[in-house]
Design a protein around this ligand. Sequence first.
Ligand code: FAD
Length: 545
Amino acid sequence: MTPSVRASLGELSAGYFDLLVIGGGVTGAGIAREASLRGLKTALVTARDFGEGTSSRSSRLIHGGLRYLEQGRLHLVFEALRERKILLRLAPHLVRPLAFILPVFQGDRVPRWKVAAGLALYDVLGAGGNVRRHRTLGKRALLEAEPLLRERGLTGGGLYYDAQCDDARLTIAAVRAAIISGARAANHMRVTGLIRTVAGMTGAYLLDERTGESGEVRAHQVVNATGPWADLVRRLEDPRAEPLLRPTKGVHVVVRRDRIGHRHAIIFTSPVDGRVMFVLPWGEWSYIGTTDTDTSDPPDQVAADEEDVVYLLRSANSIFPGARLGPEDVITTWAGLRPLLAADPKAPASAISREHRIVRGAGGVLTIVGGKLTTWRSMAAELVDQVESVLGHEHRGRGRALSRTQPLPGGDAAVIDSFRAEGLDLGLLPEAVDLLLRLFGSETPAIYALCRERPGLVEPVHPRHPAIGGAVVQAVRRELALRVDDVLDRRLHLTTETADRGDAAIESVAALMAAELGWAPDFMAAEISHARAAALAGSRWRGLS
Ligand code: FAD
């Protein structure tokens, strides 16, 4: 397997790239993958970790978006369902089919007949890419499927299929795909300014957040893919640039799944304010989301507050009254900013309703904002088309099909299942093997090899989570994890899959990383403190920090 090595400051400074992508969320990672698959010499840098922004704080759905049907935006649903089909194929370990129950109650904004028509249309728009066809259900059948749903006022509903995805690992997989195709990429590498020449912006000043060293990187074309930070980066190009974004905050809360007792993913209308919401299963956990509120919080500091938590619990309790969820049930929360397009009063309606927008700034920087996790690949293809036009790339369009067909690392579907027996033979517990296959897919044997070399790596790093030491070493060696919370949160998810938010694993993960990365004891102690603080971010609403 090709190692994925973080680009050093020296390496970035020495090269002249066709394309510099700023921002290592799913949008920037997708652009770097697309560009390098098409043969462009590409650099990708991101502040903090890959996916640490919005791309690890989503509802984790790869979906057409049923509510866009209501708004008549059929082309958006069609595009997203086409992308869903592609992603189920490119990364079957990270993007998995998910069955949804949609209950309809008396007085709901959308009546039962309209739900039935909408689900039929959803299947038509996803034709050829359907996970499975929907079914409409009467009240009794719906309660058989979800016995703990509120019976009062229930009229029936539907069962349909979409996909759930490991958002952070999808982002990291896209980064690694870019590296494998020749891109150079660095996390914890912040852009502090843009390099201006007579030709416009031809690069960026960099700060290596791990060493404190500064440097620069030069490129023919600069792309700003910094999601909710996009306006801040645009102002580095042009201090008078008009804001493109009107970000809104979206919060999820995590509770034990058995506290709700649901069997499927649930999509419903919150009786609190009539918004569409989800109760989503994630192993033994459930997450409830999401809020959608205007905020002026800086993107680095966005967090759930008590009002968000109360709203989400009240909404879930309204359809699962037996659960009686209270604040004490909340294990953790995550919050992100939707990089939504600001409505321009002068723009025609069609322009406002676009899901994403690509804007060329005064200095020639291409900024991409808006969009969804689901459509990252098609957004990247559109953006790289524009880059190729600007650069007059001699092989323009060559390799355009590759991003639709080339599996992401770990996505070789044909072999994933065959690795189960090998893991059990190594002495791993079935749940540890399942986890490895879910996280690493067809790259799992690389972890088995590590475990054969160092048998101690088969040990779990947390007493109540199946992640093993071998996965930590893999995350460092192959997935550019540099900090303890890079491993705990974005690569192995212990922060959202354990009742102590991964706390019991922090020291063992830090020790494994120290051995890999040559940390001195005081550096390791600082890393442990940082990881503890990061894990507490999801509980800040309780006033813990
Ligand atoms: P980000 O992921 O935020 O990445 C931007 C990156 O830029 C960050 O990592 C940041 O560190 C970096 N950066 C910022 N400043 C600098 C700098 N100066 N130098 C270098 N790097 C910098 N979409 C779906 O399809 N399905 C869903 O279920 C879904 N649910 C959602 C739920 C919520 C609550 C939210 C908020 C969004 C959801 N979305 C969903 C939308 C989706 O998550 C986002 O559209 C997507 O993740 C945005 O990715 P991005 O790469 O544009 O931004």
